[in-house]
Design a protein around this ligand. Sequence first.
Ligand code: PEP
Ligand code: MG
Length: 567
Amino acid sequence: MFEGVNASDGIGIGVAQVAIAPDLSFEPVKIDDPEAEKARFVAARDKFVAATEAQIERMKANGLEKEAGIMTAHIEFGTDDGIKDMVFGSIDGGVCAEQAVTEAYDMYYNMFSAMEDELFRERAADVADVKVGLLADLLGKEVVDLSSLPENSIVVVEELTPSMTADIDKDNVAAIVTETGGRTSHAAIICRALEIPAVLSVAEATKNIKPGDLVVVDGAKGTVLVDPSDDELADYREKAKKLAEEKAALEAFRGVPTKTADGIEKILVANIGNPNDANAAVEHDAEGVGLFRSEFLFMDAQELPSEEEQFAAYQKVALRMKDQPVIIRTLDVGGDKEIPYMDLPKEENPFLGYRAIRYCLNNPEEYKVQLRALLRASAFGDVKIMVPLVTCIDEIRKVKALVEECKAELDARGVKYNPNIEIGTMVETPAASLIADVLADECDFFSIGTNDLIGYTMCADRGQDKVAYLYNPYQPAVLRSLQRIIGEANKAGIMVGMCGEAAADPLFIPVLIGFGLDEFSVSAPSILKARRIISQWTKEEADALVAKIMTFKTDAEVKAALQAAAK
Ligand code: PEP
Ligand code: MG
């Protein structure tokens, strides 16, 4: 059994297709016709760009618009003038095109892979991919082709490059195993978008797994089993069958309203990270968007996105969701969310420092660009504004004052917007929880961000393994906090939702019904499952469960009781 990064859920059983990259080694030769050598490079580059453009079109045709965006980085690195000048310079110095390409792209590769920021490090993979494409053409070799594979293939590759996935034969790939890549790598993003089970960063996978081996990949656990015994195989087949049956059974919950067993209506919406994700929200039958993490627009850019760019993105989501609610969170930067070009100062403790609404209120002109874009989008759908990391009422008051300024500016420009746009707060700090009554008086809605609330309440970093035992919603401290937030919102008569991961936790959903949560915002693939669980509980049953767990003193007792009660 090999272990790696659990990058995309699901069980894949099939035959290994081990794709080893072609041998691109060469003997550097001294050249005497630099112009001819430059022409070879230009021809290889033009061919590479044309092939990449064709791939981008195919990806778009397959509904992979966001992933197609990743491929445009290849075109940028393929056509970059700085790189071309380096290559030409080397050729003028008597070096062959293969060597000149290797030197130039290796320089960029080394630069990106040495950067601290993971997003920049991921760019190194793009640079390497372009180098392979150019070298393969110069040397007349074929790069790995995953476009026609036999049924039930388990693709085993050193690295799953974006250009390989562009043509991947989705119907025949049972799972993917790679030797590199983390959960946020392009490979992981693409596997999840295609719903192909995947385990990444399995050391020496292409050596240890042989072509033709029978392989079982468990994408949720991050395990790869080669040559399973008959019993193991039967076990996994059973598990895969169960997963498929569960998925099929959930279809009964498509197109029906979200209600508890005694008919109380709930709102079930999706968390999205970019405008194209709205398609997944619609496909999975979400009733709107409960959290659009707008920082992805800022992370994917090289500089602050303009009002027009932001407006286009927000409008796209508003139009796609028709008249359903779309809650867009204003920029949440800092802490676990880095945006390199913003040059946030290095801090001893960034999670408690200069981030999210603190940064935005300190840069009001920048913030107003986003607020104007949001207001403009509100003319095209039910767009609401949500403020992250609130800790005191002043922050909400300042945001509201800025929104009023923006409205006046738009009036002066004669631009339409919804004058009654709702402004809500994320409740994700212990401070916001403690003043939930005060906030509820001046906000239109709450959305509880348990991802941060749990961390800040338990003083346990959400990404730190050593304190992971403290980080869960079953902690009595977290339960008390949630009960208070939801109770205060109910009292004030404002909508209260939850957009942290706990909203999709099957064990936790009845607790949230008992507390009185109105809205559940979960990842798109979790929508139908959440609707099913909500439908299984009456308020009375959920209340009884809450009454019971609130008497417990440890998270272990709470979790055990929830497991015992699960339907
Ligand atoms: C949260 O903190 O629960 C949340 C939804 O926001 P993020 O995970 O983006 O911090
Ligand atoms: Mg948060």
